[in-house]
Design a protein around this ligand. Structure first.
Ligand SMILES: O=C([O-])C(=O)C[C@H](O)[C@@H](O)C(=O)[O-]
Ligand SMILES: [Mg+2]
Length: 441
């Protein structure tokens, strides 16, 4: 068989509609953006990947793309390694303080990795999970329902797309304000009914801790069998987190980034102290986000569940984290941001290859579902996605849908996520403060 080489690489920024989701970084704007990378080989086969969008990632991909043409696809591992080595300085400052990861190189290289793995899987006639780690370990991937408080968007000049669907359905509720416990319980009921979720995560860092604790207690009373967690993105101090823990113990399975760096103590030291004193397991997508941070987190017993999002660990990298978790008695999970169906397929394939115990995977898909960029988006049924033997990522590129999403991106003209924009429409002159919930100013 003639060699398989990279013929063409397309970098396509796309946008989709979102709700006014509140989080420590502020409020989501009416649209979110992502980057798609499509790689075509010399046989005309295509592979695809999806990652978050920022100007710096787009520039990095533009810089890398010419050097990929003509490269042998079979050597994709050394190709990816050399890219990570060459551009690692761009990520030296780490993920930043926002709720979302602001690194460049790791995201850019992951898009290329995903597209090459998709291409390889299609060529070899196997799903991507068989090319990762030690191959497919599970077929059923559990996901959780990611609940958010939603801002009163109609009181702002921002134009959030309203969906005309049946009243009392998830698709109508997801674009309506949700500012209290009752609204969060209704959200949970509708997503559980629609997708069969058994686990719920509430995004915190929005209101004062008491109000978020009240919402979690409300959820636990309404759904006594559910696994629950709350994620204030590290904005509480240790004393507040320990106080919250007293009320949440026995109601949550774990707490995600309940606290972070404080004075002369590092985020991992404070998380370790929280974990030891509260007896509640911790998860993170903020303090163990690369191998050096993870090594410190493990040494200090700071984290029970590293959320190894493949978009910022790489797909093989996220599977390697699962191996470390297994060896160190930890549980593996994955974090998410707003995303399309290609990312959902990427995360599902990675989770299928993750070793050891995994927790239900984060996904923002419920906020975007219906905006497909593939002809056969993965389906969440009974709270899980089933991995079959479909080749590559298991999704078929929908060029017409991608073209529409790209046109929306061009119309919106915003590549970098900035949650302060919509937040300022709720609270004038609002500024990000990593230690203060967004509605508390
Ligand atoms: O688990 C997390 O920290 C996230 O999902 C981060 C996201 O940026 C979330 O805060 C969001 O979408 O607003
Ligand atoms: Mg988190």
């Amino acid at each position: 068989m003639p060699k398989q080489t990279i013929e063409e690489i397309e970098i396509i920024p796309v946008a989709g509609y979102d709700s006014m989701l509140l989080n420590l970084s502020g409020a989501h704007t009416p649209t979110f953006s992502r980057i798609l990378v499509i790689i075509t080989d010399n046989h005309g086969r295509e592979g695809i990947g999806e990652i978050p969008c920022s100007q710096s990632i787009l520039s990095m991909l533009d810089l890398i793309a010419p050097s990929l043409r003509g490269q042998t696809v079979e050597n994709y591992r050394s190709l990816l390694r050399s890219l990570l080595d060459r551009y690692k300085e761009h990520d030296a400052a780490g993920r930043g303080l926002q709720t979302f990861d602001q690194r460049t190189t790791i995201h850019a290289v992951t898009a290329i990795e995903a597209a090459l793995l998709d291409l390889r899987g299609k060529t070899l006639g196997m799903p991507v999970c068989e090319l990762l780690g030690r191959g497919k370990i599970r077929e059923s991937i559990p996901f959780l329902a990611y609940l958010f408080f939603i801002g009163e968007s109609e009181a702002t000049e921002f134009d959030y797309k309203q969906e005309i669907t049946q009243p009392n359905s998830w698709h109508s509720a997801r674009r309506s304000p949700a500012m209290d416990t009752q609204a969060i319980i209704e959200q949970a009921g509708l997503v559980a009914e629609t997708y069969g979720f058994k686990d719920f995560k509430l995004k915190g860092g929005v209101f004062a801790p008491e109000k978020e604790i009240e919402a979690v207690i409300g959820l636990s009373q309404t759904f006594p069998q559910a696994h629950l967690t709350l994620d204030p993105n590290g904005c509480w101090d240790l004393a507040t987190a320990l106080e919250a823990a007293k009320q949440l113990k026995g109601r949550v399975s774990y707490l995600e980034d309940p606290c972070g760096a404080e004075g002369r103590f590092s985020s991992r030291e404070i998380m370790a102290e929280f974990r030891q004193r509260s007896g509640i397991p911790t998860a993170t997508n903020m303090v163990a986000t690369d191998s050096r941070e993870l090594a410190h987190a493990i040494k200090q017993s700071a984290v029970d569940i590293p959320l190894a999002d493949p978009h910022f660990w790489g797909m093989e990298g996220a599977v390697q984290v699962s191996n470390l978790c297994r060896q160190n008695g930890l549980c593996w999970g994955a974090h998410s941001n707003n995303h399309f169906d290609i990312s959902l397929a990427m995360v599902s394939q990675v989770a299928a290859a993750a070793e050891g115990t995994i927790t239900a995977i984060d996904t923002h898909w419920i906020w975007q579902e219906g905006q497909h960029l593939t002809l056969n988006p993965p389906k969440i049924i009974d709270g899980a996605i089933q991995i079959d033997d479909s080749v590559g990522l298991g999704v078929e590129i929908d060029r017409a849908a991608i073209q529409k999403a790209h046109a929306l991106y061009q119309e919106v003209g915003q590549s970098d996520r900035d949650d302060s924009l919509a937040m300022q429409a709720l609270i004038p002159n609002w500024e990000f403060d990593p230690k203060s919930p967004c509605m508390v100013r």
